[in-house]
Design a protein around this ligand. Sequence first.
Ligand code: 5RP
Length: 352
Amino acid sequence: MEWGMANRMAQLIQSDGHALFLPVDHGYFQGPTRRLEEPRKTIEPLLPYADAIFITRGVLRSSVDPDNTRPIILRVSGGTSMVGKDLANEGITTSMEEAIRLNASAVGISIFVGSDYEKESLLNLSKLVDEGERYGIPVMAVTAVGKELEKRDARYLALSSRIAAELGARVVKTYWCEDFGRVAKGCPVPVIMAGGPQVDTELEVFEFIYDGMQKGAIGVNLGRNIWQNDFPVAMIKAIRAIIHQGATAEDAQEIYNHEVEELYVNCKEQLKALGVRLQGRHTGGFDGHYKKKHILRVIPMEDALGNQYLTIDVKKADDSWIGEKLVNDKQTLDKVFDDYIKPMIAELSREK
Ligand code: 5RP
């Protein structure tokens, strides 16, 4: 392998042979996907835990700082949308010259095996591989299923993944499925797993990642099941432990729970440091008093899907409440403190 190609592959796949890619490319056909409406806000807290990000050039330029990033896998296929006729009818949207200008470590393209556009998407992949090999840029092939999520079985995914590898993809991104070993075994290049739409519980995500890793995947390219979770940072840390530290699904669940608990403890400590007197209210929740005024309440919540988060209600000067500030990671906790709690304490401390 040429030095440049080998170097880029090493940026993506870590020295343990594993990789955690964070895809935030969904908007290229879905528009402002839930919890990716403002990409910078979604990406920034997760960036330190990702080995690479999968992203389009538009979101890269607008929402990622060039001096504070991770290796880039540039999404270079598209040209279709959720409301258009056929998601499979993609073309190449971004030139190799642009990928080089953006200092991409790899480019990514979808293939649609079995669709009306099978041939076009496979020839697009081949063309991209020719160009990538010329410049030492690896191509990641995405075995896409469009809206036909039911296609995600071992027979179909093994077929698509093998074809992608045969056409020269250096990495293949596919879905986890029952009998995943069949997919990984039949694909002679590294295979990583996407998550698809958000599933019901964190444990299900940890279980399929663990299972896929045991059966030959080298990691994940997992988006919605991380950043649509109520605690995305807790989620990515837990997944990272499976990918890079050999954690089991149960270990990952413990890491996730611990991260959530830490947030709660952190919140209590910050309030105490501001001079807020805390009073237990009911299981786990508490009220905060400052200068004998009841100024806020913090309540750990669990939604119908079992996702946990903190809600912080803050009382305003006129005694009305600014209801439910959702807190799901350290950054949002700090933001609630900076935007609401600290100014309120400052105002109250000026009162006689
Ligand atoms: C979207 C993609 C995504 O990168 C891929 O589907 C992974 O994201 P998710 O885990 O949310 O499915 O190719 O076009």
